[in-house]
Design a protein around this ligand. Structure first.
Ligand code: NAP
Length: 499
């Protein structure tokens, strides 16, 4: 039986969670479910979720299409009030939902609660944005012509999200989609359905009308094609891998749907010889290892001035070896597991391949299976020295707690190395020299640029997105979201001729 989400699950009880379609929690039409397990302890079964199929996609799209006809005409002030209410509801549940996030995704409790708090902030931000002016008034050739533009919603949209920010990313797509009058079919990552349920539940409890937001859980192999190929879905906002992004480009180009992609990164932190070394060490460590290195904005290359590289690498190695890796629900844990066994094996395999290729290992280097960690997807935080920038380790996104130090001679070489990858999501520079900071900002190929702070970290009120292979030239969050989730109508109004 499908449960409506409950606020306090009976201890030990394993719930079955449904889709949310047309304002109702319901099982998949087939009745099929899939299991969701804690990546820190595979014996911990979090719940069973609807394993949706094409029938469920059809029901969700039909509901979104029907609801659009009235939602598009709803006052933005009413939409804003609903988002505010949802923010308050989620805020009142922040500890509990943050704990769900940690149990399901594996980031630490502090990060899980922090991310949930960020989702609250995003809902509030878009409640505010919904009330901002939505058009412009222009002068006209006609003396009495009222000439203006108005931004209108697109229609039913698909929101497809990854597991690594399982509540913040859905919030930063769904909140603007709804704020600007679109309806949504939301397909979260199969690995993190509970966070999706928790976000939808807050919006449903706030009183969102039936059909405006629809959740379908289950594997992309069963539900992605019927969702993205359906002509009623006029726009798709996607965050995930470059591989999936490439498939969506083809599908949407063929049928003319609007598409927004946020993809991978291979983010550099450049440390110049004049940097405050302690500060740079602390920021590079955080950028590379927090969330177990599974942030799209994680630092995976430390590009360090050769004069500093040996000392920097040694000190960073010491700090990395000192990280406490374990159950993320424990308060003193600093690094949790990877998202699942397959990811842990893949990352350990990449580390092994880099070692076999002769790259010098400084810290970490494989799976962790002692101290009860054999039950989870644990990989040791890993540091390599003297990495060849053209190697796989220097070029490809590994999406795990693995950092390579690349020594360079000065800023120009550092920027050339930083820009030598196909990605361009985020980048950092550590220096005390303002001139070098400005030169870096001008020449680095990245959509999010930091000086003297880590590559990860993005505030919701500013645009977020990458250059080159990291994005599709669109931006999310801040006012940029209005660009994606609306279209412009230009209006000429003339008075009728005098009688
Ligand atoms: P993924 O495998 O591409 O999956 C992302 C989402 O797409 C999931 O919901 C997945 O469903 C779905 N999906 C899979 N195949 C699909 C298809 N053919 N058509 C439509 N949807 C499909 O990516 P991931 O492994 O979850 O996420 C990690 C990647 O996301 C990394 O590359 C990371 O850098 C990137 N990322 C980027 C940003 C950013 O803002 N730039 C932020 C976070 C993460 P299933 O779960 O059912 O497979």
């Amino acid at each position: 039986m499908v449960s409506a989400p409950t606020r306090s699950d009976a201890a030990g009880a394993v719930q079955t969670w449904g889709n949310y379609i047309a304002g109702e929690w319901r099982p998949a039409k087939s009745g099929a479910t899939f299991e969701n397990r804690n990546p820190a302890n595979r014996n911990d079964l979090i719940g069973r979720f609807a394993a949706s199929g094409a029938d469920d996609v059809e029901a969700a799209i039909a509901a979104a299409a029907e609801a659009f006809e009235s939602w598009r005409l709803t006052s933005p002030i009413v939409r804003a009030n609903l988002l505010h209410k949802a923010a308050n509801i989620l805020e009142s549940r922040v500890s509990e939902v943050g704990r769900d996030l940690t149990r399901e995704e594996g980031k630490t409790l502090k990060e899980g609660i922090g991310e949930t708090g960020r989702a609250v902030q995003i809902l509030r931000y878009y409640a505010g944005e919904a009330q901002q002016p939505s058009g412009e008034h222009y002068p006209s050739m006609g003396q009495n012509t009222l000439l203006y533009t108005v931004r209108e919603p697109l229609g039913p949209t698909a929101i497809i999200t990854p597991w690594n920010f399982p509540i913040a990313i859905p919030a930063w797509k769904i909140a603007p989609a709804l704020a600007f009058g679109n309806t949504v079919v939301f397909k979260p990552a199969t690995l993190t359905p509970l966070c999706a349920v928790r976000l939808v539940e807050a919006l449903a409890d706030a009183g969102l009308p039936a059909g405006v937001l629809n959740l379908i859980t289950g594997s992309a192999s069963q539900i992605a094609d019927p969702l993205v190929e359906d002509a009623r879905i006029v726009a798709i906002s996607f965050t995930g891998s470059n591989e999936t992004g490439g498939k969506l480009r083809k599908v949407t180009a063929a049928r003319g749907a609007k598409l927004q992609l946020e993809l991978g990164g291979k983010n550099p932190a450049i440390v110049l010889a004049d940097a405050d070394v302690d500060h740079a060490l602390q920021q590079v460590l955080a950028g590379a290892m927090m969330s177990t290195g599974q942030k799209c904005t994680a630092t995976s290359r430390a590009i360090v001035d050769r004069r500093l590289a040996a000392e920097f690498t040694e000190k960073l190695g010491d700090r990395i070896r000192g990280l406490r890796v374990g159950d993320p629900l424990q308060a003193d844990t600093q690094i949790g597991p990877l998202i699942d066994e397959a990811s842990a094996d893949r990352v350990a395999g990449e580390v092994e391949a880099a070692r076999n290729a002769g790259t010098r290992l400084v810290a970490g280097g494989g799976r962790l299976t002692d101290q009860g960690r054999d039950k989870g997807a644990f990989v040791a935080p890993t540091l390599f020295a003297d990495v060849d920038s053209s190697s796989r380790l220097g070029q490809e996104e590994l999406f795990g707690p693995v950092l390579g130090v690349i020594p360079v001679d000065g800023l120009d070489e550092a920027i050339a190395v930083a820009n030598s990858v196909k990605f361009g999501l985020s980048a950092s520079l550590f220096t005390r020299d303002l001139g070098k900071a400005l030169a870096f900002v001008q020449s680095i190929q990245a959509g999010v640029v930091h000086v003297n702070s880590e590559t990860a970290g993005a505030e919701p009120q500013v645009p977020f997105g990458g250059m080159k292979g990291s994005s599709s030239y669109s931006r999310e969050q801040g006012k940029a979201a209005r660009e994606f989730f609306t279209q412009v109508k230009t209006v000429y109004i003339d008075p009728p001729p005098a009688a």
